[in-house]
Design a protein around this ligand. Sequence first.
Ligand code: GMT
Length: 378
Amino acid sequence: MSDRLKIGITCYPTLGGSGVVATELGKLLAEKGHEVHFITHSIPFRLGGKFDKNIFYHEVEVSDYYVFRYPPYDLSLASKLAQVAKREKLDLLHVHYAIPHAVCALLAKQMVGEHLKVVTTLHGTDITVLGHDESLSDLICHAINESDAVTAVSEDLIAETRETLLIDRPIDLTYNFVDKRVYYPRDASGLRSEIAKPEEKILIHISNFRPVKRVLDVVDIFARVHSRIPAKLLFVGEGPDLNKAICKVRELDLSDKVLFWGKQDDVAQVISLADVMLLPSEKESFGLVALEAMACGVPTVGSHAGGIPELVADGVTGYLAPIGDTEQMASAVVRLLQDEALFREFKEACLHRARTVFCNDLITYQYEQIYYRVLGRP
Ligand code: GMT
């Protein structure tokens, strides 16, 4: 390769879609010959155990010196970023989330020198939640304005960043992606027959069960679908609203129709079991899980929230309804599952859209172009 870069990546290694995207991007960049250094508080769960000569992991250790009331993770991270950048002669730091990661990277840049570039990717919560917190909004603005490049995972997030924080600097749109070698329709017929009868359709919801995911709406949609066609619901993941979902399923006397599978590693295999993905979120800057489903040929029925309409083509790869309109979502699921020809069409459209618009090759290339741009190497 002509211009091999040395890239530091910081993300939340154990948290949801942002950690997944950051880690998968690092792996793909390493595959393209770049040198990638993950600088995080624990090993990113998607990194896998295989040796790769282009991938390095540097652990951020937080000092718990007794005068500190709160262990200063941010300062330890900034210090580690600067150390690694100097020692390994990094070209740039690509950090995921403005708070705290971009702030830490900017501090590291001050310590190392102007030649170290900072690329910040916004994933949502830093804008949609923290952006409204007046005690943090000026700091988020500073992190965004001082980064050498800023990317966001949807047009909707770019618009919200501009509106909430009055930011007018350029922000690059880089959609999330999935690796097509991992996300494709897997054969799940054996397992499917173990969890559902042949006539039963399978609905799935995967999330961290935060209140914004509206898991009670998922149960409500399922109850309405189940009253019209034989179906099962598969919940994957864990989080604050898990117990509420379990109680509601019990209240509705649906316990033998709903499975709670907790956290699962092989998401593509689990999704391939299902007919429809449910994503009725209240906020969703992108909705990576709907893309994972799309790449496995599974349509999504969900809400119009945030960036979901940029991902799920309404009436083509799924159906979208206003947030909270569980009846419209349930009717959409039933329409899709009762019409075999329509369902096949949607599956085909899903595979095509995932492989073209959200393909790993395309998005990795877009990030590389941003790196070369900030380094003045077009
Ligand atoms: O959705 C979450 O609660 C997790 C969060 C994360 O940090 O992974 O997800 C955000 O980033 C993902 C990757 O870009 C997006 O797919 C999610 O839509 C976004 N979540 C929200 O905006 C609520």
